[in-house]
Design a protein around this ligand. Structure first.
Ligand code: 3Y8
Ligand code: NAP
Length: 251
């Protein structure tokens, strides 16, 4: 049976994979949750919206005759990844994750690792700083208990309601970002502290490199746990996997 892929997208790597798949003529669909108003145009057909949990994903896989699933979601999209593992196991379909290695602190970096959002909030229990809170929109409410800081917020879409901070400034922009513009942005706003997810990859790294140049502390939020599944880091390895993955075995 000719491959018919489902790519769980939302990352730079997912977009690059879809471009490679389109160039090789492989059939596939890229999927988005529908978190932002206009997902970037993709070189493969796309679908937007949740599947309806593990069972909904299982039904989708069956109805669309999917033969392989590539989980190219962001490392913080842990629920989607858990669902993909469970659904592919139940459907006996091959699954691989296209992931990027976590960032690692280097010379000049001043990182404080925290295991999750609550611990990042706890770490902000300190006198007022100018904080670049570049973790998107979904987790902002947790930080409302730290109103003493001035927050620079970077969001993909204009917020539907005012962010829950007395002193904040919103930037509407989507990555990938570059060091020069993040450096200028952080200098313009007198940023003294950065809060970041350990996204890995290149699209969100600009603020980390800029923080190093400016000698700023970074509160680095480590990734949530995702159960074991085969993981690849290169698109060429994914294409090779598709060519050789037995389609009669599960994850
Ligand atoms: C909807 C769809 C591509 C993909 C590009 C990557 C890079 C640019 C950097 C900062 C950090 C953040 C955020 C970020 C980056 C890439 C990648 C990445 C971080 C889009 C996209 C979707 C989303 C969802 C969005 C989240 C938010 C997170 C903004 C597309 C643009 C902060 C993650 O308003 C919301 O609800 C936003 C939600 C999940 C995290 C959050 O909790 O708020 N991404 N981002 C996907 C869907 O609907 O399924 O247009 O591509 C994709 C990208 N955003 O093809 O070039 O690969 O990581 N995305 C973080 O790292 O902390 C911004 O500002 O410095
Ligand atoms: P999540 O918390 O792991 O998933 C919650 C639910 O959203 C899933 O159970 C699923 O709903 C739906 N969903 C998530 N990703 C989906 C996808 N690619 N296609 C279809 N449905 C999806 O997800 P999240 O962290 O909000 O991430 C959502 C999207 O944004 C993903 O595409 C991810 O790659 C991208 N993204 C996330 C981050 C981040 O910081 N979290 C950063 C960059 C990009 P059902 O259960 O109904 O199927």
């Amino acid at each position: 049976m000719a491959p018919n892929l489902l790519v769980l997208g939302g990352t730079t790597e997912a977009t690059a994979l879809c471009r490679a798949l389109a160039e090789t003529g492989l059939r596939g669909t890229i999927s988005f949750a529908g978190r932002v108003a206009r997902p970037v145009r993709q070189p493969l057909p796309q679908r937007v919206g949740g599947f309806g949990g593990v069972d909904g994903l299982g039904r989708y896989l069956h109805r669309h005759g999917i033969t392989h699933v590539v989980d190219a979601t962001h490392p913080f999209a842990a629920q989607m990844s858990r669902n993909a593992i469970a659904a592919c196991r139940a459907a006996q379909l091959p699954l691989v994750a296209l992931t990027r290695a976590p960032w690692v602190a280097g010379p000049g970096d001043c990182w404080t690792h925290v295991p999750g959002i609550p611990e990042a909030v706890a770490a902000l229990d300190q006198p007022a700083e100018h904080v670049m809170l570049a973790i998107g929109r979904q987790n902002l409410p947790a930080f409302s208990v730290r109103p003493q800081h001035r927050y620079l917020l970077r969001l993909v879409d204009p917020p539907a309601s005012p962010p829950p901070f007395p002193d904040h400034h919103v930037i509407i922009d989507r990555g990938p970002f570059c060091v020069e513009s993040d450096l200028a942005l952080m200098k313009e706003h007198g940023i003294s502290l950065v809060v970041s997810k350990n996204a890995g990859g290149t699209g969100a790294y600009a603020k980390i490199a800029a923080a190093r140049i400016l000698g700023l502390q970074v509160i680095m939020i480590d990734r949530p746990y995702v159960p074991p599944r085969p993981e690849l880091h290169e698109i060429s390895a994914v294409l090779d996997w598709i060519a050789h993955a037995p389609t009669d075995l599960g994850v």
